[in-house]
Design a protein around this ligand. Structure first.
Ligand SMILES: Cc1ncc(COP(=O)(O)O)c(C=O)c1O
Length: 223
């Protein structure tokens, strides 16, 4: 324990949960950043409230009229069908999702080394997930329009596949994969489907409202 860390939130028993202070107890970081830590909603309940509100607003934008579900800030069942969590960014979101699909495929389908099927245009975060979580990644070709080739994706799916991936849009080319067709492949096989909307997820609903030809929203995917 560094002398600079004496103070604030030792009762949480986690070094990462402490607010670094100097010997006089003054926070060392900018005041707006130093007085809360979302790792500890028991100490700072506003963090959980903000997260619940962000999820609810996001469901409102992307959810085609569905309501946010899960628990609200007070731990009550919030009802609704869609749930969510706030992460530090796109890569963490993808890592968490891929690990979840890996564990789910092991538990549900008994697959020892579950695989990811992803277009070659998918973000590098999927390769990182493959490395971190020991999940072979099978890359699928894209067509001349740089969108995932659904026929190639179908061929790439095996009994070891845990999850099929599509991007809306992809980082490398800005193209939107045929999300509904890919998700239907996954639904037929009873496996997971993940839309990477890190880049355009918050743009697409408004583009649709502005009259641009955006395909049915992500929440319309049955898989
Ligand atoms: C489509 C897509 N997925 C994932 C990521 C990774 O997100 P981050 O850089 O926030 O980790 C990006 C980043 O731009 C992206 O565009």
């Amino acid at each position: 324990m560094s002398p600079n860390c004496i103070g604030a939130v030792c009762c949480t028993a986690q070094w990462s949960g402490m607010v670094p202070v100097d010997r006089d107890g003054e926070p060392l970081m900018n005041a707006s950043q130093s007085q809360s830590n979302p790792l500890h909603p028991d100490v700072w309940p506003s963090g959980a409230k903000f997260e619940a509100e962000i999820v609810a607003m996001t469901v409102g934008m992307l959810g085609d009229g569905q309501e946010a579900g899960g628990e609200d800030a007070s731990g009550e069942d919030a009802g609704g069908e869609m749930v969510g969590t706030v992460t530090s960014g796109g890569t963490e979101s993808i890592l968490l999702a891929m690990k979840t699909y890996r564990d789910w495929a092991r538990a549900r389908h008994g697959i020892r080394r579950p695989e990811i099927v992803a277009p070659v245009t998918a973000d590098a975060a999927f390769d990182k997930a493959a490395e971190y979580f020991d999940m072979p990644i099978v890359k699928v070709a894209v067509g001349a329009d740089c969108r995932a080739d659904v026929v190639a994706a179908r061929k790439a799916i095996t009994r070891r596949t845990a999850v099929v991936v599509g991007s809306a849009p992809s980082f490398s080319h800005g193209t939107i994969d045929p999300i509904l067709d890919l998700s239907e492949l996954a639904r037929e096989r009873g496996i997971g489907f993940h839309t990477d909307a890190c880049l355009g997820g918050f743009v697409l609903p408004w583009a649709k409202k502005l009259g641009y030809p955006v395909r049915p929203s992500i929440s319309a995917c049955p898989a």
